[in-house]
Ligand binder design. Structure first.
Ligand SMILES: Nc1ncnc2c1ncn2[C@@H]1O[C@H](COP(=O)(O)OP(=O)(O)O)[C@@H](O)[C@H]1O
Ligand SMILES: CSC[C@H]1O[C@H](OP(=O)(O)O)[C@H](O)[C@@H]1O
Length: 392
């Protein structure tokens, strides 16, 4: 549903955001508004009733990337892609995504459920929270959204219609550059401490690693397997001990299934590296459980909802899962490397104040990333993967 009659784009202000949201509140409510966006790209306004504190969120795209400014123009179409992806994914995992109340393509905004009672998972994890249901919920989200939007579940006409609807070239180009290309070359978008220069230069001159990164980039660019979230890191997830909600699918497009799984696992690992003992075990458990829940639910959906003629051919499901597993490791490796030396870092590592520990953790992230990429065909189970983390 389009919610506004304004015919040209303009950035919202706290006042105009209140006007847009007013119809969602009881008449006479006294509304207040705050811009709360802390991401790299967009405005996020929270409009709330001063008395009850009940709110709604209005997320608006800017015609450029907020983190860089007007010198980096960026399509407004990403707002419509994000709203459409939230709606499509909610068909299969409604309790795991925010409800969308309205969108406007011209003003490039989405009005959605306010999740302020939850915490961004990355922030909570950094504070030491473990979110016991996080991996079960994300494993379920991954299996439901990825299976149901794939050729295994959709008529080929509908699948190809969705591939066209979710064509997202500008946002994909950001990923192609920032995850798959720039960190493997001496590119000016990279950003790392001088203490890492030696290991970074070793990455730039490691042709075996670069060959594998090139293959992974090619998979990302060419394999339209399912409708991905496209940027599933722990900063795109709200959680508490019981609930989990996935936000921010503006990078959604048809790509390889392992990309979403790999990004989530890499961001768990970036947190796990910073922990010891039982605290680390909680993260190791989440990595294992994410894969196991994903694999079990995907397999169950294959049998119950699959439409593929070859689905009962012995070994086919296993070969599909094996390919997703190897892709997951490769994409997780690229994400670990880019979150350490590329343009967009993670607070889990950057926030470590003691320089020596921070550099040590970053070296571990780079080492794990390289190993995941290079050894992705040798690692046979998710336990082999977490054993590498436990070696540190
Ligand atoms: N539905 C929501 N409810 C409450 N807060 C939200 C919601 N969506 C986004 N936010 C807040 O805005 C921040 C940025 O949102 P996000 O969608 O990640 O923006 P960006 O695309 O710019 O990264 C989140 O970290 C969160 O604090
Ligand atoms: C200049 S975009 C960098 C980076 O930002 C996006 O993340 P988010 O929107 O969650 O802040 C995405 O990961 C991009 O790679």
């Amino acid at each position: 549903m389009t919610t506004s009659a304004i015919s040209t784009y303009e950035p919202l202000t706290e006042e105009t955001a209140i006007k847009l949201a007013a119809r969602l509140f009881p008449e006479g409510a006294i509304l207040k508004c705050q811009e709360i966006g802390d991401g790299n790209l967009n405005y996020v306004f929270r409009v709330s009733d001063s008395k009850s504190d009940k709110g709604v969120i209005i997320k608006q795209a800017l015609p450029y990337a907020k983190v860089v400014g007007e010198s980096w123009p960026l399509t407004l179409k990403r707002a419509a892609i994000e709203a459409a992806a939230l709606r499509k994914h909610s068909e299969f995992a409604a309790v795991l995504v925010p409800e969308v109340y309205g969108t406007d393509e011209t003003l490039a905004y989405t009005i959605m459920e306010d999740l302020s009672h939850l915490t961004i998972a990355r922030e909570g994890l950094i504070q030491g929270k473990n979110y016991p249901n996080l991996s079960a919920h994300i494993g379920e989200y991954l299996a439901q959204t990825l299976f149901h939007t794939s050729d295994f579940a959709l008529h080929p006409f509908e699948k190809k219609r969705l591939v066209a609807e979710f064509s997202n070239p500008e946002l994909c180009k950001i990923t192609e550059d920032l995850i798959f290309t720039d960190p493997f070359f001496d590119h000016d978008t990279n950003n790392f401490e001088p203490e890492l220069r030696q290991v970074v230069e070793a990455i730039w001159s490691n042709n075996a690693l670069k060959l594998e990164a090139a293959k992974l980039k090619r998979s990302f660019v060419t394999e339209a397997e399912a409708l991905l979230h496209g940027d599933l890191h722990t900063g795109s997830i709200f959680a508490d001990d019981n609930q989990t909600k996935v936000i921010d699918p503006e990078f959604a497009f048809y790509g390889p299934i392992g990309f979403d799984v790999g990004l989530f696992i890499a961001n768990l690992i970036a947190q796990g590296i910073t922990r010891n003992g039982e605290d680390r075990e909680a993260i190791v458990g989440h990595v294992i459980n994410t894969w196991e829940v994903f694999e079990a639910r995907f397999s169950q959906l294959w049998h119950s909802d699959g439409i593929e003629d070859f689905k009962d051919v012995p070994g086919y499901l296993e070969s599909v899962l094996d390919k997703i597993f190897r892709d997951t490791l490769g994409f997780a490796g690229c994400e670990l490397i880019r979150r350490t030396i590329g343009l967009a870092h993670v607070k889990d590592l950057d926030g470590i104040e003691e320089a020596e520990r921070r550099i040590q953790f970053k070296k571990q992230a780079l080492q794990l990333g390289e190993t995941f990429i290079i050894k992705r065909s040798e690692l046979t189970s998710i336990h082999d993967v977490t054993a590498l983390l436990e070696e540190f």
